[in-house]
Structures are given as C-alpha cells and as structure tokens.
Design a protein around this ligand. Structure first.
Ligand SMILES: Nc1ncnc2c1ncn2[C@@H]1O[C@H](COP(=O)(O)OP(=O)(O)OP(=O)(O)O)[C@@H](O)[C@H]1O
Length: 271
C-alpha cells in the first residue's frame, strides 16, 4: 500500500467516524413576537446532507425556529430575533447579507402548496430568471426540466408545461413547489409541514422525494407526524414551549430519548 492510498483510507475512516459537517448553526436563539417570547436560547446544529426533523407540541416554536434559518421572520413586523444563526459559518443576520440571495440558498416549502397562478413552466423558471441564472431560453428549459425531474414530477407534467400550476393535484402542486425551490440551486431546503395538506399516497411520494433530495441538499422539516419524522429524518430536535428539549440521531430519539418530555410526546402522551 503506498502513502497516497493510506492517506485516502485514513480520510475515509475519519469521514466514517465523524458526524456530517455542520451546515447551519443556531446559537442562543431567542425570538419575541411583541412582548411574548416564543423561543428561549435555542442551540441547534443542522448537519449537511441530513434531514433534520423539528418536532414538539403545537405552539412550541418549531415553525418560528425554521423561519429564523432564512430570515422569514423578517416579514413579521412584531418578530424580533436575537442570538446567532450561521450558514457555513457566516452570520445570516449580518446587515451585509442580501436576504433575497439568502432565501435562494436556504429555500422554503410551505404547509399549503402555493404555486403561482402561472404555467407549470413559469413556476419553475421564475426564480432562475429573477436571479439571472441562465443566459438563454435553452439553458432555462434545461433548469426547468432538471428541477422537475429532481422533484419527481417531470413525467407527469412534461406534456403540459404551459398549463396552470394551480390545476395540478395537491401532491403535484407540492412537488411543483419543491421544483421551484430546487430551481435556484439551494443548499438548504426548509419544509414546514409539507405533507399536512396531502393524502397518504401524495405524502408517501413527497417523503420518498425528501429521502432522495438529501443526497444533494440539507433539509429541515417541521412535522406533526411522528411516523414521518421517523421515516424521513436522520436527526430529530424536540421542542417544548419555546425550549429545545433535546436533539440527536432520530433512531435514538425514537427508541431511547434522554428526556421524559420527548418520551411522552413520541408515545402520544401529550401534544
Ligand atoms: N406571527 C405571529 N405573531 C404572534 N405570535 C406568533 C406568531 N407566530 C407564532 N406566534 C406564537 O409563537 C409561539 C410559537 O409558534 P410556532 O408557530 O413557532 O409554533 P409551532 O411549534 O410551529 O406550532 P404548530 O405546530 O401549531 O404550527 C406560539 O405561541 C405562537 O402563538
């Protein structure tokens, strides 16, 4: 075995031993809505190419934390965020940060599918166009096709790209919204209960898609479904009345959590 090979082996061993890199990091995150505090000193690492599920009873702050990651709370007048949130070590609340660019890097998919009232093609092409990502129509066509393929929707819509996005079924609309997020080459995709408006078959498709997307993106998902968290995520973070109770490997969180509140929540004793 030569030295190069040994070095490569060593690197692999290290990679195997180490946790995936931290892509985003929340440090001492507090959020207030007016006088009311919704998050208290949350510290949470979001790891690269992993699905992190945020779980906890209604009103515990899951969506609030999710919205901190791409500064969607900026759009709520009374919301005030303090502490630090970084993306690849860079403070996303730094005044120098261009929020539009940040939201392209950290995309979002909402609870209710919300395609624009435009054609399927335009829904996906809109982002690359406003971000100036393509030089000509052929390149744009390429992005639309590859985004729809990555969102596992291409085969269902390739013959009707000019029809309205709002005419698709709920599950198709949600995959269209995922394609729209993917089209601007995000690094992180935030999903706020992406399946809550979908039937079980559409839900299964989106869950399968989330699992595939993990290869290329870092994903954070808010979900009320314990089965979904267990099925799609590698890491789980449990929130309770504004506090992060605990976080860890999903398998451990669902079989042997450290905190009784997690145990009670996952076994349906409260929430
Ligand atoms: N726009 C807002 N204005 C005022 N208070 C808000 C706003 N959004 C959330 N809150 C409050 O902040 C707290 C956390 O809400 P958040 O939506 O983050 O919780 P959640 O865990 O995502 O809840 P759910 O599971 O019900 O969606 C709640 O008490 C909620 O009422």
């Amino acid at each position: 075995m030569n030295i190069m090979t040994e070095a490569a082996v060593e690197q692999k061993v290290q990679a195997g031993l180490n946790e995936p890199a931290v892509k985003m990091k929340g440090e001492s995150v507090d959020v207030h809505y007016g006088e009311k505090q919704a998050l208290f000193g949350v510290n949470l690492d979001i790891r690269e190419n992993q699905v992190t599920a945020l779980i906890g009873p209604s009103g515990c702050g899951k969506s609030t934390f999710l919205r901190c990651l791409n500064r969607m709370n900026d759009t709520i007048d009374i919301a005030r965020v303090s502490g630090k949130i970084t993306l690849d070590g860079e403070d996303v609340y730094d005044p120098k940060i261009d929020v539009v660019e940040l939201r392209a890097r950290v995309g979002m998919v909402f609870q209710k599918p919300n395609p624009f009232p435009k054609s399927i093609y335009e829904n996906v092409a809109y982002g690359p166009r406003i971000h100036g990502l393509t030089k000509n129509r052929a390149e744009l066509d390429g992005i639309v096709e590859s985004s729809l393929k990555k969102a596992a929707l291409w085969n269902e819509v390739k013959d009707r790209l000019n029809e309205s996005g709002t005419g698709l079924s709920g599950g198709q609309q949600q995959r269209l919204c995922i394609a729209r997020a993917i089209a601007v080459s995000p690094e992180v995709i935030l999903m706020d209960e992406p399946c809550s408006a979908l039937d079980p078959i559409a839900t299964a498709k989106v869950e399968e898609l989330i699992d595939e997307l993990r290869e290329n993106y870092t994903i954070v998902i808010v979900t009320h479904s314990m089965q979904q968290a267990a099925r799609v995520s590698q890491r789980t973070a449990m929130f309770h009345i504004g506090y992060l109770v605990e976080e860890g490997a999903t398998e451990k969180m669902f079989t042997n959590p450290d905190d009784k509140r997690t145990q009670d929540y996952i076994t349906g004793r409260f929430g």
